[in-house]
Design a protein around this ligand. Structure first.
Ligand SMILES: [Zn+2]
Length: 298
């Protein structure tokens, strides 16, 4: 079995909110996800604790370029790593100004403590990967699965029976229930359902979620995710249809999701971990945007 190291980035000083995965190969260790730059010191320390230097990492595979997954990628590019990303995400990571400006509007003075910096990545360090490409790293092969729905440029990375699912297989922390993170601007329910089917068709034995760790019952997990995605989407649809604003929907949706977590027996600390990995207001914004776009297209 391939030894996959799960690195807990201790985002917001919480356990099990954001992971990065380190995989040894004969071409040096590869990294899947980097987390945000704010947790880079934790990541660096974990890599060094395994006996590696940052420069030993020549390949960093990103599932997508959201800050909690890719925010520290530039730091690895600076020490010589190639950064692998879907073509639809390449431009915004090469020049992250737009990405950072829209994040700064949202997070304002919390931007630095939450996410840290995101610097440009030289084009020569970027490798664009489309659907169903087989990448070879020494003795290790990894296949790309373009899996939009959460983000247009989302890739899940398959290594044998394991799939690193980024956000497309949802968020599940500890024994809690699976949730679909639905941030703006790309949420597309139809694409997401198709992507769940793509992952399911590979018949994986384990899914490695960025939020957080692996699960060993992929079929059941993906089936539940499908159902929860539909019910969240319908909940927001109904409120949006009634004419409520995001600000009015957020507390209603917060109660709805918190009750689900409480019903699953979660403690307040665990509910906080979910909120850190998958903020409620973000999913409201993403799903309202989805329904608004859809009504404009109709
Ligand atoms: Zn994401």
């Amino acid at each position: 079995m391939i030894p996959i190291d799960i690195i807990d980035l201790q985002f917001k000083n919480l356990d099990h909110a954001i992971a990065a995965y380190l995989i040894p190969t004969t071409d040096g260790p590869i990294l899947i996800e980097t987390g945000p730059h704010s947790t880079f010191p934790v990541l660096k320390q974990a890599i060094e604790a395994k006996g590696f230097r940052l420069e030993d990492i020549k390949h960093v595979l990103l599932t997508h370029i959201h800050l909690d997954h890719a925010g520290a990628a530039w730091a690895f590019a600076e020490t010589g790593a190639k950064i692998y990303v879907h073509p639809f995400g390449a431009r915004n990571i090469e020049d992250p100004n737009r990405l950072m400006a829209s994040a700064r509007q949202i997070y304002q003075d919390q931007m630095d403590s939450l996410w840290g910096e995101m610097k440009p990545i030289a084009k020569s360090q970027l490798v664009e990967v489309d659907h169903d490409e087989m990448l070879q790293f020494g003795d290790t092969q990894i296949k790309s699965l373009h899996t939009p729905g959460h983000a247009k440029h989302h890739i899940a990375w398959q290594l044998g029976d394991n799939i690193f699912t980024g956000d497309v297989a949802g968020v599940k922390i500890g024994n809690g229930p699976v949730q679909p993170p639905c941030p703006p601007p790309d949420i597309n329910i139809e694409d997401w359902i198709d992507s769940i089917a793509i992952i399911s068709r590979q018949k994986p034995k384990r899914l490695y979620l960025t939020h957080f760790s692996y699960i060993e019952n992929p079929e059941e997990h993906l089936g539940t995710l499908h159902k929860v995605l539909m019910s969240w989407s319908e909940f927001i649809h109904d409120k949006w249809k009634e004419g409520l604003t995001n600000e009015q929907i957020i507390p209603l949706f917060q109660t709805y999701t918190t009750n689900q977590l409480k019903a699953a027996g979660l403690s307040q600390v665990e509910i906080d971990q979910y909120e850190a990995a998958n903020p409620t207001w973000m999913s409201v914004a993403g799903l309202v945007r989805y329904w608004t776009k859809k009504s404009q297209q109709a």
